[in-house]
Write a protein that binds this ligand. Structure first.
Ligand code: DP6
Length: 331
């Protein structure tokens, strides 16, 4: 067999209602539903080349060959694709982000979405987007959502779910349903100490508030989804901030403090801007960076206030955008 090559581009997403917690057992199934917005302007571009002359998979991320856990996560996805296609060829994967890896924008979301799409097409499978999304989810829950553009939901899996259950993300609203801008405020250049996967496991295992989070998250999610479909910017923002704070409260009680001083200062700035009458909200993922959610028209005043925070390293501006797309494919 000859080489099969495909190149795909995908974008990071920010969850408005957070995925934090997995079902027991294999398959990487979420224990709570989440709703995210896929962002434009920032992308991961991944090429996958299956080649019968390769003795093993080669994985190059941002110009560096990978080893250990990072390489294993990529190889596991390739193994699933090989098994589905009945094809044993090894692959060369080359992936590049055009945004800083420590930016607080999960590169695993755009990375595994682009990888899933490129790998499926390179090996010659003609899968629908939902099957690509399910494949991406098995590597990283948030990646299932980056397969689609605009606003995207990943439902919780039922208790006792088994690995044969197909659980893709679904698109729920187009990018232009809200006048949303996201300012990603980086508060460190350092990688986070505890990744999302380990953080979720620790939270569910050790937090006295884990069950409170698991009960509250679906309620916040349902209200946020309804507010989004009604085009209610302020309620979406309020609930996004509530979801993020509840997630962190449960993690902090397990000893996982992702925040630094600048995170708290930024949360304070956002609160004060809101008290002054602006509709501006904050969301924090498993790291110290703050995503500020605001109306496009309030950008200048919000940006000026944010820039006064001394620990702020840089700000990346993002807008709702498209899902993963194929750039090229060759048999
Ligand atoms: C805080 O998708 O990175 O960003 O499935 O273990 O790879 P794995 O986790 P991941 O977790 C994302 C956690 C979050 C919230 C979110 O994106 O919903």
């Amino acid at each position: 067999m000859t080489a099969g090559v495909a190149v795909a581009v995908a974008h990071p997403n920010v969850a408005l209602s957070k995925y934090w917690g997995k079902r027991d057992g294999p398959g990487n199934y979420p224990a709570v539903p989440s709703l995210s917005v896929t962002l434009s302007g920032l992308s991961t571009r991944t090429s996958v080349r299956f080649d019968n002359s390769l003795p093993e998979d080669v994985v190059i991320l941002n110009g560096e060959p990978t080893v250990g856990r990072v390489r294993e996560r990529v190889t596991s996805l390739l193994d699933r694709v090989r098994a589905a296609a009945g094809d044993s060829r090894r692959a060369e994967v080359v992936s590049q982000n055009d945004f800083p890896t420590a930016s607080g924008l999960a590169s695993s979301a755009s990375g595994f979405a682009a990888l899933a799409l490129a790998a499926v097409r390179a090996i010659g499978l003609d899968w629908a987007e939902s099957r690509v999304s399910d494949l991406a989810r098995r590597s990283s829950g948030s990646a299932a959502r980056s397969v689609f553009g605009g606003y995207v939901v990943l439902d919780a899996a039922p208790v006792g779910v088994t690995e044969d259950c197909v659980l893709p993300a679904v698109s729920v609203a187009p990018a232009d349903i809200l006048p949303l801008t996201v300012l990603v405020c980086m508060t460190t250049e350092l990688p986070k100490a505890t990744g999302s996967t380990a953080g979720m496991v620790e939270t569910l295992r050790r937090s006295p508030y884990a069950s409170a989070w698991l009960e509250e998250a679906p309620r916040i999610h349902a209200r946020l989804r309804a507010a989004l479909l009604a085009g209610d910017f302020a309620t979406v923002g309020e609930l996004a901030e509530a979801s993020s704070l509840a997630m962190h409260a449960s993690a902090i009680a397990a000893g996982l403090v992702y925040w630094n001083g600048a995170t708290l200062d930024l949360l304070g700035v956002v609160r004060r801007l809101r008290e002054s009458g602006l509709e501006v909200f904050a969301s924090v993922d498993a790291g110290p960076h703050v995503k500020v959610l605001l109306r496009e028209t309030d950008q200048d005043v919000v940006r000026a206030a944010i820039d006064s925070v001394s620990g702020l390293k840089r700000v990346v501006r993002a807008r709702p955008g498209p899902g993963a797309a194929l750039e090229s494919v060759e048999g």
